[in-house]
Design a protein around this ligand. Structure first.
Ligand SMILES: [Zn+2]
Ligand SMILES: [Zn+2]
Length: 356
């Protein structure tokens, strides 16, 4: 049980690191005073002399109620004024364990370092931005709608039907799970699934690791402020463990897979099923719908009606009419003004009719 001398700081004059055994400040001569708390410097040496050890073990100092001087535990009168220790307060004896230290210092996190960017990188970045802006401007200029004089050249249309056909399907299923309108073709007994059945047990050896206490060791867990300028180390017995490998025998179940049979049925059933879309197109002004065969039905019908225009330079543009009647209102030879997208050869909008 090592004992070390602590230290204290003078609240009157500010002197620090005053030896714990001193009851008066070497700087201003004042007694320690009520508020002084002892601390143990990191480099405090162990106390070995018999005289000092005796002082350390004499119990906490008492503080004179009349003059404020500290006095050794066993002294019967105050060294400052001669008063007896009758109502004197004794200094606190307390244990300090790092585990229950209230003020834990949060770990200091190194500030995240941002990767430094070179000037070349910044110039490169600005260059890329400039190219992106330039490309955007060029694309806008190329694809912007432009006004054009247009003459109706012709018509085109495309009509699509997504359809279903009524077909006979051949399927298989388990008894009790086939459709009510199924026409049974054949049935047979088949393995439907396998079931695990325990047929016995088996002895198996297994190595397990166990933790076993093999003794104790003394560990320093803190210090005790003796209330008189000295500190005593606190030791605790902590268990010492050892890992021991052990072989154990266990009974383990043994399983067998057992087939479970069911009646499998092959059957026919009639169903509407999706068939590939049917499409027709043409250039006449009389559009038709794709023909549906016997036992086929339409699920959805869609149509696209296009008008072909020619501009003053002879280029042909396509215009998608909003519906069939709008499409039919355009007649070959009629003149219009509209907005066109040159690279895609599309008419974006028709603005007005200018003649026929
Ligand atoms: Zn002082
Ligand atoms: Zn006194």
């Amino acid at each position: 049980m090592a004992i070390r001398e602590g230290a204290w700081d003078c609240p009157a004059c500010g002197r620090t690191g005053i030896r714990g055994s001193k009851k008066y400040c070497g700087g201003c001569g004042n007694p320690r005073g009520d508020d002084v708390q002892f601390y143990l410097p990191d480099d405090a040496a162990e106390v070995t002399s018999a005289e000092e050890l005796e002082r350390a073990k004499a119990g906490p100092d008492w503080i004179c109620a009349y003059c404020g001087a500290d006095n050794p535990g066993e002294d019967g009168f105050c060294s400052g004024c001669g008063a007896p220790p009758d109502d004197a307060r004794r200094r606190e004896v307390r244990e300090i364990r790092p585990d229950d230290a209230k003020e834990t210092v949060p770990p200091v996190q190194p500030p995240a370092q941002k990767p430094r960017r070179s000037k070349a990188w910044l110039f490169g970045c600005a260059g890329v931005m400039a190219v992106v802006v330039l490309v955007a401007v060029v694309l806008f200029l190329i694809f912007r709608p432009q006004s054009a004089e247009l003459q109706v050249e012709g018509h085109s249309w495309q009509r699509t039907v997504s359809a279903e056909a009524f077909r006979t399907l051949t399927e298989t299923g388990w008894q009790g799970e086939i459709p009510a309108d199924a026409r049974i073709l054949s049935q047979s007994r088949q393995v439907r699934q396998y079931r695990k059945v325990q047929v016995g047990t088996e002895r198996r050896e297994k190595v397990v690791t166990e933790r076993k206490q093999v003794g104790t060791k003394k560990v320093k867990v803190g210090v005790k402020d003796l209330g008189n300028g000295y500190f005593e180390d606190i030791y605790e017995d902590q268990p010492v463990y050892e890992e021991v490998k052990k072989t154990v025998t266990e009974e383990e179940p043994v399983y067998r897979e057992e087939p479970v049979y069911g009646i499998q049925i092959q059957y026919e059933v009639d169903r509407w099923i999706k068939i590939p879309d049917k499409t027709v197109d043409g250039r006449s002004r009389q559009p038709e719908w794709p023909a549906l065969a016997d036992k086929e039905r339409a699920v959805e019908r869609t149509a696209v009606y296009m008008v072909l225009f020619r501009d003053a330079d002879g280029d042909v543009y396509e215009y998608e009419a909003p519906d069939e009647s709008a499409w039919l209102s355009f007649t070959k030879g009629q003149r219009y003004v509209g907005q066109v997208i040159k690279p895609t050869k599309k008419v974006k909008s028709i603005e007005k009719k200018t003649g026929s």
